[in-house]
Design a protein around this ligand. Structure first.
Ligand code: WT7
Length: 660
């Protein structure tokens, strides 16, 4: 991208990744005991396949409705779906009160484990009281149903309380991952018109307090619409409070009544907005609504993880700032009445066995995490988990990127002791719930393949024309029928919703992923086919990072690619053309640019490598050919250069890099 243009060539490297597919033919049948007692049976799968809508209507009975729905799917105005449209319910009531009313108030909802080893068990009854108080406090701050509330918080109980309090009063929350910059927070606040933000003074990281509130203050400078900031005291460090705008949580929430009658909202009432990177610079505000989302997430949490709420201890290690945290740390486990672990800290603080110590301490039976974490544990060595008792584990889940067979086998052997099915769940911020996952107890697992659509969901792999491919072939992953937890639109941009997901193939949801069917018809995910990278399971847009780079005054042009990386899946590699003014201080500038991207977007968006070049490869129409840059970034021989304006550019780049 040059400072004034952002043309890129649509990536079309499905074929390239297909040929890289690992040959893997080991399979693992489910442990006999699990198969005998599994939630999902072949009968359930057959019933769901035979009549998906009737199946989802049956699943809607997992919820407690104020008004039972009589409608199932309304697809009369595609691609704008409505699910259970005449039903009314309250999300927080489903997550909390109804379990207390059913006599489970003493059940632990969360085992909270703080970074510094402080811990706290919170029962369903306690969580309900806390959420009621917070709901009363938000009402006192003037928050009404429909108002968007920003949440920028660490992994502490108050974050979940804040989300549920918003849901309880019908105010959609918009959580921003606390690792994002003030600028990223500000653009999201502006895009969806947030007036009230909930945050914390800071969080603990590797035993040390790190501040969060200053980022909110900086964001508010760009967002005059924010009138209240509610601040949780977590670290107790000195914190600036803006008179008339900022209030402490303990001053406002603690004095509230723990009585609060939940209002029933339409099933299609907005539950939350979550921003995610698209293939252009501007993040997309994914809108999720209430009834269908809760049905879809509660069902998949029960099915994919074979959840037994009375006896399991479930640990979803994702941050609450991502969709995995929303669906499988907050909403689904609570709706299902499960007991979960909530962990504030990092995997290697104070030592590299911290996760396994937590599994052992709380007798975690289901662990859900990302392949990048597994590959990191592999690097640290299997001697570390071997020091702990992991015998409570009975199922392992994986999410965020394809789990390569090597990581799969390590996870299975050293964490699962050969006795836990590994459930590789494919889904997206947009899908809200798992769409592809091998059902434990039913599927014969294949390392590296997510295998089958979940019951009630219909996916396919299609070619350029939208025709389903035969077994053994690859193409684009699509979803054939609406599903309950699907996004309803992009906040404030129906047209972009239609263009991004529903225009590539007629009547099919385009996921943006390449996939292949093997000879058995099992699905293998092959990564994104657009300008989106997957770094440690985090979605990053190449164009967004290019924009950040060209916003720096030393950069004339920038192109970013995702290069494969043994730990993070993909890593960010940037090619930049510097302005004259930077001549002679290239090395310093490169460091400055990495820091600049971190402040503009987030530390996780920092390029692994920045290469200074004199030219970028472009087609005659001016589009950057990222494919060729990726060849360089991955140390491959450079591919076909015939469509370049100047075919010697690649030689110049390669030579220049050797010189540098
Ligand atoms: C993209 C969605 C939804 C959870 C976290 C990421 C990739 C996700 C898998 C998987 C292969 C996967 C896809 C997808 N992805 N899960 N099991 N196997 N790829 O959410 O940020 O919305 O990213 O992550 O490329 O499109 P997200």
């Amino acid at each position: 991208m040059s400072a004034d243009q952002s043309k890129t060539e649509p990536a079309k490297d499905g074929a390239e990744t297909l040929s890289n597919l690992l040959k893997e033919d080991r399979t693992f049948p489910p442990p006999a005991e699990m198969a005998a007692n599994a939630n999902v049976t072949p009968e359930l799968v057959a019933r769901a396949d035979a009549d998906p809508e009737a199946f989802w209507a049956e699943q809607a009975k997992r919820l407690t409705w104020g008004t039972e729905p009589t409608q199932i799917l309304d697809w009369s105005n595609p691609p704008f779906a409505k699910w259970f449209a005449d039903g009314r319910l309250n999300a927080a009531h489903n997550a909390l009160d109804r379990h207390v009313e059913a006599g489970h108030g003493d059940r632990i909802a969360f085992h909270f484990e703080g970074d510094r080893g402080d811990s706290r068990d919170i029962t369903y009854a306690e969580l309900t009281d806390e959420v009621c108080k917070a709901a009363n406090a938000l009402t006192e701050l003037g928050v009404k149903a429909g108002d968007r509330v920003g949440i920028y918080m660490p992994m502490i109980p108050e974050t979940i309380i804040a989300m549920l309090a918003c849901a309880r009063i019908g105010a959609p929350h918009m959580v921003v991952f606390a690792g994002f910059s003030a600028d990223a927070l500000a653009s999201r606040i502006t895009d969806c018109g947030v007036e009230v933000v909930i945050t914390a003074d800071g969080q603990f990281r590797r035993g040390e307090p790190t501040a969060l509130k200053p980022a909110v203050d900086a964001a508010c400078e760009q967002c005059p619409g924010v009138r209240s900031v509610l601040v949780v005291q977590r670290t107790g460090e000195k914190t600036e409070m803006v008179e008339g705008r900022d209030v402490w949580w303990h001053d406002v929430v603690d004095r509230q009544s723990s009585e609060h009658t939940p209002e029933m909202f339409d099933a299609e009432h907005p539950l939350y907005i979550m921003y995610t990177s698209g293939s252009t610079g501007k993040p997309k505000g994914i809108l999720h609504t209430t009834g269908g989302y809760l049905v879809g997430t509660a069902f998949t949490h029960w099915a994919s993880f074979d959840l037994k709420p009375e006896t399991d201890v479930f640990w979803c290690a994702a941050d609450v700032g991502w969709v995995t945290g929303h669906s499988y740390l907050v909403y689904a486990p609570l709706v299902n009445g499960a007991t979960s672990v909530l962990y504030e800290g990092t995997p290697n603080s104070p030592h590299q066995g911290r996760w396994w110590e937590i599994v052992d301490k709380y007798k975690v039976s289901i662990l859900y995490c990302a392949p990048t974490a597994i590959r990191t544990f592999m690097k640290w060595g299997h001697e570390i988990p071997a020091k702990y008792d992991l015998s409570s584990l009975r199922l392992l889940g994986s999410v965020g990127e394809p789990i390569n067979p090597e990581a799969y086998i390590w996870f299975r052997t050293h964490i699962g002791r050969e006795n836990c099915p590994i459930v590789d769940t494919w889904w997206q911020t947009e899908t809200g719930m798992h769409l592809i996952a091998p059902m434990p107890g039913v599927a014969e697992a294949k390392p590296g393949s997510a295998q089958h659509a979940v019951p009630g969901v219909a996916v396919a792999v299609v070619d350029e024309e939208g025709r389903e491919v035969a077994n053994g072939e690859g193409g684009y992953l699509v979803v054939k029928k609406p599903w309950p937890a699907m996004l309803r639109t992009l906040w404030g941009d129906d047209q972009r919703y239609v263009d991004t997901y529903w225009s590539r193939f007629d009547g099919l949801y385009f996921a943006g992923d390449g996939a292949k069917l093997d000879e058995d018809g099992d699905i293998w995910l092959l990564g994104r086919v657009d300008d989106v990278m997957n770094v440690s399971g985090h979605r990053m847009s190449t164009t967004e990072i290019e924009s950040a780079l060209v916003s720096h005054d030393t950069v004339a042009e920038a192109a970013v690619v995702g290069a494969s990386d043994p730990t993070t899946g993909q890593a960010i590699v940037a090619f930049v053309i510097l302005r004259e003014s930077a001549t002679g201080r290239e090395e310093d500038v490169v460091e400055e640019l990495r820091r600049h991207v971190a402040t503009e977007i987030s530390p996780i968006a920092k390029p692994r490598q920045i290469m200074v070049v004199d030219e970028l490869p472009k087609t005659r129409s001016g589009k950057i050919m990222r494919r060729l840059l990726r060849d360089i970034a991955e140390n491959r021989e450079v591919g076909d250069v015939s469509t370049l304006t100047d075919s010697t550019v690649m030689d110049q780049i390669a030579k220049g890099l050797k010189r540098g």
